[in-house]
Structure formats: structure tokens, C-alpha cells
Design a binder for this molecule. Structure first.
Ligand code: BGC
Length: 379
């Protein structure tokens, strides 16, 4: 398939024996911190071997990415006291992911977020998708891009970079067209995790790709994210019905609990939002340039996460449905609001909302979006 032409480097074949000890949400100061990229076996899924890549930058920051679901399983950075821990939810073995947690760290596709009643039309053709979220379609269906094994290749580059590729076949989960998808993860020395999404189709289809990392900047899921301060550069959001499908309106955030324009503690007004935050924000940016759209900070750890994207929307999900039933690899309950997602995207249900920016991809067109998550520490 197009796009997986990059050679797998010798260095990528060096097996990282320390990987299983670099557990999510667990501090680990003994890890290998040599700049580069290593590859280790992570088990088997769908009869294929799954790999876990470790990207390390010059600062010793490490991001681990699984070829199952393209999942970011951990992102280990120091806090203001130089204590290292992972700022994302994840497991240190594949079995945690095979148990289908709610999209922890995963690549989401073919369509991130919801499509009403699992139906949409392109011209006169109507398509029916899996309804895996009540009566709606969510995050690509029963077996979305988060549950498939991706092809992988690393690049001969001074910056650790991993290319993941997947062919989503015509009719998969009900979507039309063979879709060739490439996602490149790069970890820069500025502690940026850059995610570049590319896709091409051979039939008109809809595409909306994102990453579903759950962040907790304290590095400890026993703390909630309610004390984190969030800024979203959005004067408007898309209100939803009781099944979280946008009503089609674009409403101002001013004077509502959705106003994060100046930066606000998440817990301050969450109780006045039924069910918690799970909404698409209409970003103020006016074009598809890579622009800073959000920042999240936590005083306890001194960590700040900035989000840059080429996309027009951002789903802020405050981990409302986490209920303690899933445990971290070291046995801690993952409770409600113990982590949050900032999913860059086109708006939910766009295929049925003529006023929203289009998610249509035609043969001959190139889908290309970029999102950067950047972490810094204020000492
Ligand atoms: C959605 C939530 C959903 C969560 C996990 C988020 O992107 O907006 O409604 O519960 O993903 O599935």
C-alpha cells in the first residue's frame, strides 16, 4: 500500500528489554533514556504480531506506541521535582487493550465521534454503519482503527518518528471506499508529540481521524483532573441532544460553563453541565494552519500541555463514563474524571450537518491533518 515505503532501520530492530517496566502512571527513573527509537514485541492480535515502539528524545522524554490501535500507551515526562511519570492512561501489556477499554490512547477512525443513527448519504447513496453507541455510530464502529493491527516503519531521521499504515477496505464497518491511512508520530526534542494523519480513497467517503489519549498531568490516576486549568480558544461550541448528537446549532460559550477562553479550573462549573463535559468546541482559528488551540495545566506537577492543530474542532471529554471498573496495570481504579481527552477533529455528525465543515473525501484528494501535543514543566 502507498505510504509504507519507508525502510525499517536496523536500530528499530533492537529490542528494548526495559519496556515492560516503564509502566503507565507509575514513576520510573531507571528507564533507558538514549535518544532514538526501539521496537519490542507486544504480543499477538488478529493472528499478527503486535509491536511496541519506544520513542526517546534528547531530554529523555519517552513515548510508547503500540501497533495495535496505534495506541500511545505511555508518555513519560518529569514533573517539577524531576519525578518521572506517564501523563496518559495506558497499560503495560496488550491484554489491557484487548479487553476494550474506552479507546485509551488509540487512533480513531474512520470517523471520530458520532454519526447519528449510523446513517449518512453521499449524493443519492445511503450508507449504514454499525450502531455501537445506543442508536448512534461512535469512533468507527465495532472494530474501528483503535482495534486493528497497523503496519509500521521507522525513518532514518534525527528525530524519532514512527509511521503507521492501515488499509481500511471498502465496506469495512459500512463505510464506502478502500481507504489508505498513514499516521506518523514524531517526538521532538521540544517535547512535542506530533501526529500527522494522511489518507486517500478510491470512492467518495467520509473521514475524521483523531487520537484518543486520556491525560492526567499529575501522572497519578488517583487524582482527578478537576483541578487542572483548561484554556480552549473557542468562542462557540456545538450543543448536543440527549444522545450527544449535535443539534446543528453553533452557540456562543460566553456566560456559560463552556467558556474556557480565559482558562478555567475544570471542576469549577462541571456540575452545571449534565453528565460532564463531552462537547465539540468550534475553534476560533480561521484556516487550516497549525495553530495553538488549547492548553491544560496542573499546579501540583508543574506540567502544562499545549495543543496545536490544523483541525476546526476540539472534543473536550472529561472522562465522564470512567467508573472505576477498569484498573491501571498497577491496580489503581480509573474513576470518573481521573483523566480527560482533547480530541482534535471535524465536528461530530458532520456527514448529516450541511452547515458544518465537510468531512467528505473524494478519489484523487489527499486527507492531511496535523496535531501537536506539547508538554512543558514549570519548575
Ligand atoms: C466521546 C465520549 C465517549 C468517549 C469514550 C469520546 O470521544 O465524546 O462520548 O464516551 O469518547 O468512548
Amino acid at each position: 500500500m502507498k505510504g509504507i515505503t519507508l525502510p525499517v532501520l536496523g536500530i528499530a530492530a533492537i529490542f528494548a528489554t526495559s519496556i515492560s517496566s516503564c509502566n503507565n502512571q507509575k514513576s520510573d527513573d531507571t528507564m533507558e533514556t538514549k535518544k532514538g527509537i526501539t521496537k519490542a514485541s507486544f504480543g499477538q492480535a488478529d493472528g499478527k504480531e503486535v509491536f511496541l515502539y519506544t520513542l526517546t528524545n534528547a531530554k529523555g522524554t519517552q513515548v510508547k506506541i503500540s501497533t495495535y490501535g496505534g495506541v500511545v500507551t505511555s508518555w513519560i515526562v518529569p514533573d517539577k521535582n524531576d519525578k518521572k511519570s506517564s501523563i496518559v492512561l495506558g497499560f503495560d501489556s496488550l491484554s489491557g487493550y484487548l479487553a476494550k477499554p474506552p479507546y485509551f490512547g488509540a487512533l480513531i477512525g474512520r470517523y471520530g465521534n458520532r454519526i447519528a443513527n449510523g446513517k449518512f448519504k453521499i449524493d443519492t447513496s445511503e450508507y449504514t454503519l454499525a450502531t455501537n453507541n445506543g442508536r448512534n455510530h461512535l469512533h468507527g464502529g465495532n472494530k474501528g482503527f483503535d482495534k486493528v493491527v497497523w503496519e509500521s516503519a521507522t525513518e532514518n531521521d534525527s528525530v524519532p518518528s514512527l509511521m503507521l499504515s492501515y488499509l481500511s477496505k471498502d465496506g469495512e464497518e459500512g463505510y464506502p471506499g478502500n481507504l489508505n491511512v498513514d499516521v506518523r508520530y514524531t517526538l521532538t526534542d521540544d517535547n512535542e508529540l506530533k501526529i500527522e494523519y494522511s489518507a486517500k480513497t478510491d470512492k467518495a467517503t467520509v473521514v475524521n481521524l483523531t487520537n484518543h489519549s486520556y491525560f492526567n498531568l499529575t501522572g497519578n490516576v488517583s487524582n482527578t483532573i478537576l483541578d487542572h486549568t483548561l484554556m480552549i480558544d473557542a468562542d462557540n461550541y456545538t450543543p448536543v441532544d440527549s444522545t450527544l448528537i449535535p443539534t446543528g446549532e453553533i452557540k456562543p460559550v460566553k456566560g456559560t460553563p463552556f467558556d474556557f477562553t480565559k482558562g478555567e479550573k475544570i471542576g469549577l462549573r462541571i456540575d452545571s453541565v449534565k453528565g460532564g463535559y463531552d462537547h465539540n468546541f468550534v475553534l476560533n482559528k480561521k484556516d487550516s494552519s497549525l495553530t495553538k488551540v488549547a492548553s491544560l495545566s496542573d499546579d501540583k506537577s508543574g506540567r502544562t500541555l499545549e495543543v496545536f492543530t490544523t483541525e476546526p474542532g476540539l472534543q473536550f471529554y472529561s472522562g465522564n463514563f470512567l467508573d472505576g471498573s477498569i484498573k491501571t496495570s498497577d491496580g489503581k481504579a480509573i474513576n470518573q474524571h481521573s483523566a480527560l481527552c482533547l480530541e482534535t477533529q471535524h465536528f461530530p455528525d458532520s456527514p448529516n450537518q450541511p452547515k458544518f465543515p465537510s468531512t467528505l473525501l473524494l478519489p484523487g484528494q489527499q486527507y492531511h491533518t496535523v496535531t501537536v501535543y506539547k508538554i512543558s514543566v514549570n519548575k
